[in-house]
Design a protein around this ligand. Sequence first.
Ligand SMILES: [Zn+2]
Ligand SMILES: [Zn+2]
Length: 115
Amino acid sequence: MGPHCSFCGTFTGPFSQAEGLFTVLICIPCLEIRQARPDTLLGLHDPGHPWEQWGCPIEGCGKWFPGPWDLEGHTAAEHPDWTAIYELLRPYPNQRMRVVYRRSAPPAAGARSTR
Ligand SMILES: [Zn+2]
Ligand SMILES: [Zn+2]
């Protein structure tokens, strides 16, 4: 396994480094997404895993799944504050996929109806 983006799995650099729980490589298109929206998370993608290639990026979760759509379902069930959206950036072959996490309901200050 050569160096690859930990979010969309591309082997095409250049890469930058993203600091998180651990240092991971991130390609420039993915980096731009994170910089454009600071509250955006990207699903972790490790094409080197034989089976569970998609990881939940929510802090403290750390669950991995076989498919990007599994992250959508997992997030809807486990992280109601977030919406995970599977994006197919480039079709097969040479697929490039990404799961973008966005806050589903940004709480307006003083306008919380629940809790
Ligand atoms: Zn990427
Ligand atoms: Zn999760």
